[in-house]
Design a protein around this ligand. Structure first.
Ligand SMILES: C=C(O[C@@H]1C=C(C(=O)O)C=C[C@H]1O)C(=O)O
Length: 451
């Protein structure tokens, strides 16, 4: 199944013009766009290493379910982008982009009631009506419209938003606080799941599987997700911060601050990262360094990490003659440290970023090996729906360039409740208690942003 809607005009976009207009703004925080308007769904927030983007509204929505969802999205996007009239004054970074993501499992939503993933189908992308983008010290406003009067509509919206944003400021909002929390699975059931996974690994059925838990928190006050993202930006400035609030009635808001880049394609250049193997942060500098050395020297973490590097390399080999693996280092985040290896490739020919996402997702950093057996093991043992957790989240453009992060260190918020997700890679010598402690560390970024 697939669908494309041109929401602004209520008709199919095919054969219609997509118009994009815009102007530069004086140092406006992109979050201003969401201030006071967060109930006006859909909205999205995206902040990567180089840019910060906030969007509201949608002029075209693409959804797809089932196995060939990547290809279906790519095809629908091509027809949406086919006839476009983009103002020449816009810098390259203000070009039209589709923002969205995929679910972790294909056909995997709505199986369990615990996390309500209404509004987050197997694939969902949209072209926002209004975007504010900050990059290279500049801030740009863009507006888009589809249909017979697209250019006039986009210009009028640009003029309206330009004056609206010039006088506005993002509203500061206090964290909601946490009234109660509960975890699935609880500690004992987790130990059993990890034990069962280790047995399967010992038998040779699996090499690695990433098992996750979900933690539901009852909030003591109202939550502003844009404000939580702002707090996450202060503690995790090097992570991708994302927020997706789909328009569908009853849908929650998925947000997070993930350290993991799935992939970035810029022309023929592809950059990705293997991120796997974890340890906590120390109270003192000496303890911190000692922990980093422990992580570096740990054969268990080294093995867990090497499996990810190997799998990503093998996937990219299909598209590129040269795949280069950089040096393995320790990536320190506020609450946890990871082993990280950058990987780069030059494509033999133009391959759409979605085809690369399809090839890589899920890497054994969030799935396992062999991939299909690990996915089956995850579905058998996890009692909640992963939805978009640990799945590709990001954007792509008309040229097939784009950037996707892995949706970890994340939560799905609904009114006064948020469900947080965290997982850990299980290999032959995994210890259930240590893996439990590890997922508690991985809940911290979101928990800290809520309390
Ligand atoms: C699955 C998660 O994290 C992943 C698993 C890691 C590990 O097992 O060491 C480390 C980083 C991530 O690739 C998560 O944070 O939920």
């Amino acid at each position: 199944m697939e669908s494309v809607r041109a929401d602004a005009v209520g008709t199919e976009h095919a054969g219609e013009i997509l118009a994009v207009r815009g102007c530069q703004l004086d140092a406006v925080d992109p979050a201003t766009l969401l201030a006071g308007d967060v109930e006006k769904r859909p909205w999205t927030a995206w902040a990567g290493p180089e840019e910060t983007i906030a969007t509201t509204g949608t002029v075209a929505t693409i959804t797809a379910t089932s196995g060939d969802r990547f290809e279906r999205v790519r095809r629908q996007a091509a027809s949406l982008f086919a006839d476009r009239d983009v103002s020449e004054i816009l810098p390259a970074f203000a070009r039209p982009r589709l923002f969205g993501g995929f679910s972790f499992h294909s056909g995997g939503t709505d199986r369990h009631a615990d996390a309500d993933w209404t509004g987050f189908p197997d694939a969902y992308f949209h072209l926002p009506t209004v975007s504010v983008i900050e990059r290279d010290g500049e801030t740009w406003l863009t507006t888009a419209a589809v249909g017979p009067d697209a250019a006039t509509t986009a210009e009028a919206a640009r003029n309206r938003w330009e004056s609206r944003l010039t006088d506005a400021h993002p509203t500061a909002s206090r964290p909601p606080g946490i009234a109660a929390r509960s975890q699935i699975p609880e500690r004992e059931a987790w130990a059993e799941q990890v034990g069962a996974a280790v047995e399967r690994i010992d038998r040779g059925d699996l090499r690695k599987v990433v098992l996750a838990g979900a933690q539901t928190v009852e909030l003591a006050g109202p939550l502003s997700v844009p404000a939580a993202l702002d707090r996450l930006g202060e503690t995790y400035p090097d992570c991708y911060r994302f927020g997706f609030a789909p328009a569908a009635a009853g849908s929650g808001t998925f947000f997070g601050a993930t350290p993991e880049r799935l992939l970035r394609r810029d022309g023929r250049r592809v950059q990705t990262t293997a991120l796997a193997g974890s340890i906590g942060r120390g109270e003192t500098r000496a303890e911190d360094e000692w922990l980093a050395e422990e992580l570096t020297a740990s054969p268990k973490d080294g093995h867990e990490h090497a499996l990810v590097v190997e799998a990503i390399r093998a996937q990219l080999d299909d598209f590129a003659d040269h795949v280069e693996t950089g040096e393995r280092t320790v990536r320190q985040l506020a609450t946890v440290q990871h082993l990280q290896t950058p990987i780069e490739a030059t494509l033999d020919e133009e391959v759409h970023v979605l085809s690369l996402v399809e090839a890589l997702h899920p890497t054994p950093a969030v799935g396992g090996l062999p991939p299909d057996d690990a996915l089956a093991a995850i579905q058998e043992s996890e009692a909640f729906d992963r939805g978009w957790y640990a799945a590709p989240i990001g954007w792509f453009d008309a040229a097939g360039d784009g950037e996707f992060a892995v949706g970890i260190r994340s939560a799905l918020a609904h009114d006064r409740e948020a469900t947080l997700f965290a997982g850990a890679g299980i290999v032959a010598d995994s210890d259930p208690d240590a893996e439990w402690d590890e997922i508690q560390l991985k809940y911290r970024p979101i928990l800290d942003a809520l309390r």
